[in-house]
Design a protein. Structure first.
Lengths: 265, 253, 251
């Protein structure tokens, strides 16, 4: 188990950062949501932001997305500072954020529609990703005709179809049932392997974070700060069926719980 | 079960119209014709065409007024929903209008615009406008935040957010505002015919009352209420078909 | 709206509109709009006059009686509809019809049946208010938690006890919501009734002012009426919010 403390972060060898958060603070009125937070997201890997509710993990994600301005500090994507939403990032929403009046096809193609891509072209791309998330045949259905899990697959296909380099996922599986959630987690691993994208994944589930992540950043609340960064080493290549039985997996889950349990109200 | 429900509806109609018939036969008042007499009068007016001429007259201020209210009401409502300054400036007027008995403005409208079509259109407008404005504004304000964020995160321009997210998301509530506006407009149209000058259906009501032809008077009232109820029901059905699933499909269901 | 860091109160823009009114009046653009200050002066002079006080008294009495009947009849009928399926299926179509029907058209009938007086105004007011009260009371009863009903039964509540101690209270937030909308409709009903009859209360007053072109008096009465109607509706909304805390916490 290789574990790197925040102060030793610069020692990560051979991985450059797709996203760097530099001294970011966020203040709402007189509430300090994030304080002087610095964190790197290695290219091509999945990093989880894990923490108890109110730790500012969604705030951080929205600042990276450019949906919220930081009060101070900056976010760099490939070295360029973020000033707002950009084509290099796409977002998967906790509540799916599907347009109920549009078909699956239009929902998935919506990101491209907003970029002015021609209808036939964007629909071809959308169809490809609808198939990729396993929803082929549902193109003309409306969101209310789908189950929660299928809706989130639509949200995922939409985020993938704009071919952004960085995928931001805000508790994407928290509104789906447990079985669907497990299937999603397995699919996530495959997706990270195949897509060569940088994933930033917000979750409040310890098991989920350990299961899907290359790197886990543990955030503690009030004000939010990175308390620890964990990089699981050995179980990633042992196959999806074996991860949950792996001793390292179980150790990390226990350790994270030990450090978070004091923050449970 | 469909049969049972239909049966009960028929039974309920039978009871009410039966009671009307019996009350008319007693009679509870010299001015209370039976149900059958009133229906006969309605049939007579339908066959000699009086009722259609009357409706042509009655519906004109209604249609014009509702059309004007729809255009301005939705426009102002959108603006109120989108801009805080505009909301501060204009929404109190419509909130007060919503609660106030606007019918009291009729005498002033008559003084200013006379007893013609203009006054009647105005009456329909002041009745229909507030609910359209307030519904539109609240629909715009209640656009799901995550949908707007979604559009922004996929690089939507402000215009795109308005046209592709806010308007479609708000349209069911705007439509039901229009339906309520039509409902209020009916009240305005009838009120103006009874209060300002008797024309159309209002004329049948007033005239048959003055010559004590009560069956015709009841028939005219019955028909206008029936027309309004049928039309509003139709709008409601249309609303359900048009926006089927529009209020669902969010995370909560 | 926030201006220079101060949060302006919700209805403060009405002051701006009053100023605009004053300017329009001072410019003498139209005979029909006297300056706001003149209207206010007239208003203050008008309030103690017997004509105004009697109109207000008659209207308030008719309004109160109309609302009273709408509530006393409407709530029990709504609760019964919520409890009994047969009654519900028999009455609901009619309640829905009268809810959306232009009831103004019925006023001439009421006039020939009940005369050109307060009685007709009261019935008009009741007719405007009652349907939404019935419908909301019904909806309130329909959403009552089953386990609450079973609890009452298991503790041996008599039907009458169940009615007053369980159904009424459990449905109270919806009932109050219905009463609030009903009262707002009743305000419109009482004025429409008086306008059409035009020899009682404010109806007679309007008739008098418009025949003599007394614009300041007219606007003064309108301001009083609108102000009262608005204050009433805000007060009821406040009451409803006070009750809704337990509506949101009930299971």
């Amino acid at each position: 188990m290789s574990q790197i403390k925040p102060d030793a972060r610069q020692a990560i060898p051979a991985t450059d950062s797709a996203v760097s958060v530099r001294n970011v603070s966020k203040v709402y009125g007189d509430v300090q949501a994030l304080k002087d937070l610095t964190l790197d997201f290695p290219r091509g890997e999945l990093t989880s932001l894990l923490g108890p509710s109110g730790c500012g993990k969604t705030t951080l994600l929205k600042i990276i997305a450019g949906l919220l301005p930081a009060t101070s500090g900056e976010v760099l994507i490939n070295g360029r500072a973020v000033t707002g939403p950009g084509p290099d990032r796409s977002f998967v929403f906790q509540d799916f954020a599907l347009m109920p009046w549009a078909t699956v096809l239009r929902n998935v193609a919506f990101g491209l529609e907003l970029r002015g891509v021609a209808k036939s072209e964007r629909e071809a791309v959308a169809e490809k990703y609808i198939a990729a998330v396993g929803l082929a045949g549902f193109e003309q259905k409306y969101p209310h005709q789908l189950s929660g899990g299928m809706r989130q697959r639509v949200g995922l296909a939409r985020a993938l179809s704009v071919k952004a380099e960085v995928l931001l996922l805000d508790e994407p599986f928290s509104a789906v049932d447990e079985q669907t959630r497990r299937k999603f987690q397995e699919d996530m691993l495959e997706l990270v392997q195949n897509e060569k994208k940088t994933f930033i994944f917000v979750t409040h589930s310890i098991e989920e974070a350990v299961y899907v992540s290359d790197q886990i950043a543990i955030l503690l609340p009030r004000p939010s700060r990175v308390s620890e960064i964990i990089r699981p080493a050995s179980f990633r290549d042992k196959g999806v069926a074996n991860i949950r039985r792996d001793p390292e997996y179980l150790d990390i889950v226990d350790r994270i719980w030990a450090s978070l349990r004091n923050y449970v109200e | 079960m469909i049969n049972r429900s239909l049966l009960l509806k028929l039974l309920s109609g039978l009871i009410v119209f039966g009671a009307w018939e019996i009350a008319g036969r007693v009679p509870i008042s010299y001015a209370f014709p039976t149900f059958l007499e009133s229906m006969a009068a309605l049939a007579r007016m339908t066959f000699d065409g009086t009722i259609f001429v009357a409706y042509g007259e009655t519906l004109r201020p209604l249609v014009v007024g509702v059309a004007i209210s729809a255009v301005f009401g939705i426009g102002i409502g959108l603006w109120i929903g989108l801009s805080k300054q505009f909301e501060w400036l204009f929404s109190p007027i419509f909130i007060v209008m919503q609660a106030a008995p606007l019918a009291a403005l009729i005498p002033i409208l008559v003084m200013i615009y006379g007893i013609g079509l203009t006054s009647k259109v105005f009456v329909v407008c002041i009745m229909a406008m507030p609910v359209i404005v307030l519904n539109t504004a609240s629909a715009v304000r209640n656009t799901p935040v995550s949908l707007k964020e979604m559009a922004t995160s996929f690089l939507a321009a402000d215009r795109d957010v308005l046209l592709k997210i806010i308007l479609p998301a708000a349209s069911p509530v705007i439509f039901s505002g229009l339906r309520l506006g039509v409902s209020a407009g009916f009240i305005g149209a009838i009120l103006s015919e009874l209060k300002i000058t008797p024309t159309g259906v209002g004329d049948i009501i007033t005239y048959s009352r003055s010559i004590a032809d009560y069956p015709s008077m009841y028939a005219a009232i019955f028909s206008i209420i029936l027309l309004a109820v049928l039309f509003l029901n139709l709008l409601e059905k249309l609303e359900n078909i048009l926006f089927e699933g529009n209020n669902r499909g969010y995370v909560s269901d | 709206m926030i201006l220079f860091g101060y949060k302006l109160p919700a209805l403060s823009s009405l002051i701006l509109w009053a100023l605009l009114w004053e300017v329009v009046g001072r410019l003498e653009l139209t005979f029909f709009v006297p300056p706001f200050s003149e209207v206010v002066t007239t208003l203050i002079a008008l309030i103690p006059t017997p004509a105004f006080l009697s109109a207000l008294g008659i209207t308030a009495a008719a309004f109160g009686a109309g609302v009273f009947f709408a509530i006393v009849i409407g709530i029990p009928v709504g609760i019964l509809m919520g409890k009994s399926r047969v009654l519900d299926e028999l009455l609901l179509p009619w309640v829905n019809i009268f809810l959306s029907a232009p009831l103004t058209a019925l006023v001439p009938v009421l006039m020939v049946l009940f005369g050109f007086g307060t009685r007709t105004v009261i019935i008009t007011t009741t007719l405007f208010a009652i349907w939404i009260i019935i419908l909301n009371a019904r909806a309130g009863v329909k959403q009552i938690n089953r386990s609450l009903v079973e609890m009452a039964r298991s503790f041996g509540a008599s039907p009458l006890d169940a009615f007053f101690k369980v159904y009424f209270w459990a449905a109270l937030p919806e009932i109050l919501g219905g009463v609030r909308i009903g009262v707002i409709r009743a305000v419109k009903g009482v004025i429409i009734g008086q306008l059409l009859i035009s020899i009682v209360g404010f109806g007679a007053l309007f008739e008098l002012y418009s025949s003599k072109f007394l614009m300041a008096e007219f606007w003064a009465v309108l301001i009083v009426l609108f102000g009262l109607a608005f204050a009433l509706s805000e007060f009821l909304a406040y009451l409803e919010r006070k009750v809704s805390y337990y509506a949101s916490s009930r299971g």
